[in-house]
Design a protein around this ligand. Structure first.
Ligand code: IVH
Length: 711
């Protein structure tokens, strides 16, 4: 399977922080190739079977490029079924577009008997049916294939088109002509002058397995599932290839129609059959909801033994005049519903448990599974959520487990099959260090997630941390936003905060000078260097906030900055706290607004040498400035103030900073303890609450006068 060709972009996930292939040992390369292959296969499955990719194209391309590079460096490790040995699917542009005369709709989904009862209720209400009037529905298996529209003119197959976006599909007439189930001419007399027959193209499970066996024998890549394979087969440029693939077709609906053919869904299906089209077995006319439920139960039981994949049961109002009255809302008819089957479960083996590090440092365990098909796709990994989940279910490497996919979500491990547990199995020891950067991974009280403390040095977190570093309440460097940080990280210009301040002196050493980079010129590069230079002095609170220490945001940073005065004193004190110095810790906890959580977070941060390195490196380039001395005799010293509404003269952040500089305490909500509410424009509930509590309310101008600034 290959995706549509697209430009390959740099800057995706693995190349950003991965070792160059030449630097890897064979064992390392083997592991990475296995991991990448699995990941790419998963993404392919998402992309092809669900039309719902979970990664950006750029990230996907980056994974693939990395795999190609590794396989080139280690040709012996290239697997026959590697996703780099892709099956050529033709570009979409190879087929001409066909506009459907009547759009191809999709179906609303129901997941429970309640949903189906609601469907019956909705239909009855819409049609105004009295309780004694019956509501017949046709129940059909929901075939897991791809829908196709066949236009017959005077009984001859004139054109076949895929669904596409529902309005416009692709002309696959030549390929469809090779499918034995689809007659080139309709049988019988009194055929409509024109009809669009709609139905599902599918491949049987046996044919799918045989095809995959042949692929395997020939050392070619394997297909993901029958549905996918049917789709790929239909979209071959060369019809002889399609002809060699065993495709089938069931008819179940129609689009444009020159003359009515029946008055019920069931009669129409029979008509289609008379013309030589096949319809799905296990289709039943149900007199009421109970019969629909019975048929659903029967299909659930039949499902594992059916020759083709089905993923639910479709209910359709039988009377076509009623279908007409019901019509459609948005993209699906009101007269039909797809009743999906419960999540399919299956057994497989947990070959390994690996740990993924997220952008915020969260360690997520992932079960690497022996690949199995469940719910129509091959699954080779499942999330294990966190260490408590592993402990609760006691999931171990080597265990046989039951997994399921519910709807479109990531597969889950339901339980362990204990009597299949290997004798030498051991509980999984959850790592206490980060697999990416080897920093400590800690778990805070009351938290389920274990987090890497590597912060700025952890490759998994670096970009996120750098983004925070340059954000508005931190270094706020003009021209250096999220986009630029990502790009500069990818090309190696900026890996740590200190790199920002040597960007100019190193310019031209990594790749071309910035002025020659895409999207940059002399002026913009010069402006950026200037903006960076302007931040070599920085208020201490913003400097502390920029470090991204857990639980230390701007407010806490300000409290710390006030207490410790200058950067050096603060760093020394924090290092002492981390080293277990009780006096230093007591001093920290003494500060109003600092509790155990913050103290812990600071100790964790400064307990890591690499964090200290980052701070010290940064201090080589940046001079944090002590905050303005708090005016003890200001009219608002010690008062609690709440700002609300839109301020005209300054941002809320700035107003807050100034109030604090004057010794006020700024709170977020109004209470009896509030002394002053400053109400800007469109002040809402907070101003009302202040009035109720008899708290003094000032306009922005009155406030500025009070604190001695010109209004
Ligand atoms: S009727 C106007 N009947 O399910 C309603 N669809 O989720 C058109 N499908 O795109 C669809 N079996 O590809 C209908 N017996 C069946 C079906 C069926 C499978 C597919 C079809 C459609 C999708 C909607």
């Amino acid at each position: 399977m290959t995706r549509k060709p697209r430009a390959t972009r740099r800057g995706g996930k693995p190349p950003a922080n991965a070792a160059s292939p030449g630097d890897l040992t064979e064992a390392q390369a083997r592991r990475e190739i296995a991991r990448l292959s699995e990941e790419i296969r998963q993404h392919d499955a998402h992309y092809f079977t669900r039309d719902a990719p979970v990664v950006s194209d750029a990230d996907y391309d980056a994974l693939k490029q990395r795999l190609i590079a590794l396989e080139e460096a280690f040709p012996a490790l290239r697997q026959a079924d590697s996703p780099t040995q892709t099956i050529g699917a033709p570009p979409a542009a190879a087929f001409s577009k066909v506009r459907h005369q009547v759009p191809m709709l999709s179906l609303a989904n129901g997941f429970s008997a309640d949903d189906i009862a609601e469907f019956f209720g909705r239909v009855r209400r819409f049609l105004g049916l009295p309780p004694e009037t019956g509501l017949e529905v046709v129940a059909e298996p929901k075939i897991d294939g791809l829908s196709l529209s066949l236009r017959y003119e005077d009984g001859r197959l004139a054109q076949a088109a895929t669904r596409g976006d529902g309005e416009t599909g692709e002309d696959v007439t030549a390929n469809v002509m090779t499918i034995a189930d689809i007659p080139h001419t309709l049988a019988g007399k009194n055929l409509p002058r024109q009809i669009e027959v709609r139905g599902e193209v599918y491949m049987t499970r046996d044919d799918f397995l045989a095809l995959n066996q042949a692929q395997k024998d020939a050392g070619r890549p394997l297909y993901v599932n029958p549905r996918n394979t049917a789709a790929g087969s239909l979209r071959q440029i060369d019809p002889t290839i399609t002809a060699s693939r065993p495709l089938h077709f069931f008819a179940y609906a129609w689009g444009a129609l020159s003359a009515p053919q029946a008055s019920t869904q069931m009669a129409f299906l029979e008509r289609l059959e008379e013309w030589g089209l096949r319809r799905s077995p296990h289709t039943r006319l149900c007199q009421d909801e109970q019969q629909a439920q019975d048929h659903y139960d029967a299909l659930v039981r039949l499902r594992p033994d059916l020759p083709f994949d089905i993923d639910g049961m479709v209910l359709k109002v039988n009377r076509l005049d009623w279908q007409g009255r019901l019509g459609a809302v948005s993209r699906s008819p009101r007269w039909a519903i797809a009743w999906k089957f419960p999540a399919e479960q299956t057994r497989t083996v947990v070959e390994r448990i690996t740990i993924q590090v997220g952008r915020t440092g969260a360690l997520t365990p992932v079960a690497m599974l022996r690949p199995v098909t469940v719910g129509g796709v091959v699954v080779s990994r499942a999330t294990l959520h966190n260490e408590d989940e592993i402990a609760r279910k006691d999931i171990r490497e080597g265990d046989t487990v039951i997994i399921q996919r519910a709807g479109d979500v990531i597969p889950q491990v339901v339980s362990v099959v204990l009597d299949k547990r290997p004798k030498d199995s051991r509980p999984y020891p959850f790592p206490t260090t980060c697999p990416e950067c080897h920093s400590h991974a800690v778990r805070e009280d009351g938290e389920v997630v274990r987090r890497c403390t590597g912060g700025l040095v952890c490759p998994a977190q670096a970009v996120e941390r750098l983004r925070h570093f340059v954000s508005r309440n931190a270094f706020d460097i003009e021209g250096l936003g999220e986009k630029q940080i990502e790009a500069f990280f990818a090309d190696g210009r900026i890996r740590t905060p200190a790199d920002i301040f040597t960007l100019e002196t190193r310019d031209g050493q990594i790749g071309p000078p910035l002025a020659e980079r895409d999207g940059w010129g002399k002026t913009s590069a010069g402006n950026l260097f200037q903006a960076i230079a302007a931040r070599r002095r920085m208020p201490l609170d913003r400097f502390i906030n920029a470090l991204g220490i857990r639980h230390v945001g701007l407010t806490t940073a300000r409290v710390l900055a006030r207490r410790y005065g200058d950067a050096r004193s603060w760093v020394v004190a924090m290092t002492e706290v981390a080293g277990g110095n009780e006096a230093a810790k007591a001093g920290l906890l003494d500060i109003d607004g600092i509790g155990e959580t913050v103290a812990h977070a600071l100790a964790d941060f400064f307990g890591e040498d690499h964090n200290l390195d980052v701070v010290n490196d940064l201090l080589q380039h940046v001079t944090p400035e002590p905050l303005a001395v708090v005016a003890k005799d200001s009219p608002v010293a010690g008062k609690t103030i709440v700002f609300t509404g839109t301020l005209a003269r300054m941002s809320r952040d700035e107003a807050k900073a100034r109030a604090e500089a004057l010794g006020a305490h700024v709170a977020g909500s109004v209470s009896a303890r509030t002394d002053i509410v400053v109400a800007g424009e469109k002040a809402g509930s907070k101003a009302r609450r202040a009035a109720e509590l008899n708290v003094q309310i000032l306009s922005e101008d009155e406030w500025l006068t009070l604190v001695g600034e010109e209004a």
